[in-house]
Design a binder for this molecule. Structure first.
Ligand SMILES: Nc1nc2c(c(=O)[nH]1)N[C@H]1C(S)=C(S)[C@@H](COP(=O)(O)O)O[C@H]1N2
Ligand SMILES: [Mo]
Length: 450
């Protein structure tokens, strides 16, 4: 970073900021000057250049608005809203564009459709409950928890029916896990089609889920030795059902009733859903009402017709449960372009259905050369992981890519590698390295590279 200091200093001078800036800015500038060649230095100077521009070029607008330093804004000179004026809180009115969005042409009906999470707006790892992508096959049922039960039967010693209160008497566990619909990115097998990150990768969320281990409930009913598969069925109009091997059920499957500290949202399966960490979202059956223990898979519609992968030779793969390692750059992205040349932090998300993300590489030249990104914050198994890379954009076009590696040694494939294995007739499980083209003006386009 030290080589950039010269350039930053020039930038500040060109902007003419330091001479005309108010005293507080000059003090900041002196402070920045005293931070000898530290990493923060370049960033601070970048900020000064922006502040300086505002204090000079845009001075008229600042005075007219009457709210920017050094003036005291109107809301500091008056009183605000009192407590419980909104008993259930909501985001600032200025965040009104941070919304789930759908692609209207994707499905004929909104009751069997999908909305996407605005990944471009999110920070950290947790998806706020109101922004978790929604996917359902027959709309959201309104379920009274008093009227809802979970039945576990089949090849068990003691078939049982659990009330929602009974479920909450078992020891609870809370785990941060991602859920990804395997159709995420599925519109792009043949070419780039979607305009932004929300639509290329937004069938993805990460919450802290709270519930009971399925293994705890299975111990309660006593699975017979012949019991090798489970059928999990939802109470929605689709009665959506999936077969789950007993090994997964005994490993880390949860029966969850809460997300991010509060009861599940109706969209997410209120009052209770299954959660199969790291597996295709479709197996995390919502509005869970029945688990049957059997000795083989049931071959349901969602595992024979849908959620299978049509290969190049015309045959279809079935039961491809795991969401393989994947990653995407979330800033910049088409919805979050860059402005002028200078310092930015490239950020993104990586995840693997097999465990922890081990490393993420960044490429600026479409995969010719790679640099190590930093993993930021918590790195947890089958959770989203955030990565960052501090970068001084010189201006000019880039082909930005990220490539994730998980703890099992699996490396996110190129699109060419994925197509060689899978052809282009699939919908699901497209986890290829993604490319954003940064244009000379800082705008970002969704492109594809093989
Ligand atoms: N009962 C039921 N469970 C369901 C579905 C459904 O339509 N009905 N959709 C599945 C699909 S395809 C996905 S990707 C996930 C999405 O979970 P979310 O809506 O909480 O994001 O739920 C799954 N569970
Ligand atoms: Mo899905």
């Amino acid at each position: 970073m030290s080589g950039s200091d010269q350039a930053s200093r020039r930038q500040v001078r060109v902007a003419g900021a330091r001479d005309k800036a108010p005293p507080s800015l000059q003090a900041l500038a002196a402070e920045a000057e005293s931070l000898k060649a530290s990493d923060r230095r370049g960033f601070l100077k970048g900020l000064l250049a922006i502040g300086g521009a505002a204090a000079t070029g845009q001075a008229v607008a600042v005075t007219a608005a009457g709210s920017l330093p050094p003036l005291v804004p109107p809301w500091t000179r008056s009183l605000g809203r009192g407590v419980v004026s909104k008993p259930y809180g909501e985001p600032s009115a200025y965040e009104k564009d941070v919304l789930r969005r759908t692609v209207p042409w994707l499905t004929a009906e909104s009751i069997s459709s999908i909305s996407m999470t605005p990944l471009q707006n999110l920070k950290g790892l947790i998806t706020p409950n109101g922004l978790v992508f929604e996917r359902y096959h027959a709309g959201v049922p309104e379920i009274d928890p008093e009227q809802h039960r979970l039945m576990i039967h089949g090849l068990v010693e003691r078939p049982l029916i659990f009330t929602m209160q009974a479920l909450q008497r078992f020891p609870s566990v809370s785990d941060i896990k991602f859920i990804e619909c395997p159709a995420n990115g599925g519109m792009e097998w043949k070419g780039p089609q979607m305009a932004g990150l929300q639509f290329t990768h937004g069938m993805l969320s990460c919450c802290e889920w709270t519930g009971v281990r399925l293994s705890t409930l299975l111990a309660e009913v006593g699975v017979k030795p012949e019991g090798k598969w489970l059928l999990a069925e939802g109470a929605d109009g689709a009665a959506m059902a999936r077969s789950i091997p007993i090994e997964k059920a005994l490993d880390d499957t949860l029966v969850v009733y809460a997300q991010n500290g509060e009861a599940l949202r109706p969209e997410q399966g209120y009052p209770v859903r299954l959660l199969n960490p790291g597996w295709e979202g479709n197996t995390s059956v919502k509005w869970l009402r029945r688990i049957e223990v059997g000795n083989q898979p049931w071959q349901m519609r969602e595992e024979t017709s849908k959620y299978t992968d049509l290969m190049a030779d015309g045959r279809a793969r079935k039961f491809t449960f795991v969401q393989e390692c994947n990653s995407v750059i979330t800033s910049p992205c088409p919805e979050r372009p860059w402005q002028e040349a200078g310092w930015y932090e490239i950020e993104g998300l990586a995840w693997s259905g097999r465990g922890r993300v081990k490393a993420v590489d960044i490429s600026f030249d479409g995969g010719v050369s790679w640099l190590n990104a930093a993993l930021k914050g918590m790195v947890m198994s089958k959770s989203l992981t955030r990565f960052g890379y501090r970068f001084k954009w010189p201006g000019g076009p880039l082909l930005l890519q990220s490539r994730a590696l998980d703890e099992t040694g699996y490396v996110q494939p190129t699109l060419r590698q994925l197509r060689e294995q899978r052809g282009v007739n699939s919908i699901y499980h497209k986890n290829a390295i993604h490319t954003w083209r940064v244009e000379a003006d800082g705008s970002v386009r969704n492109v594809q590279m093989l």
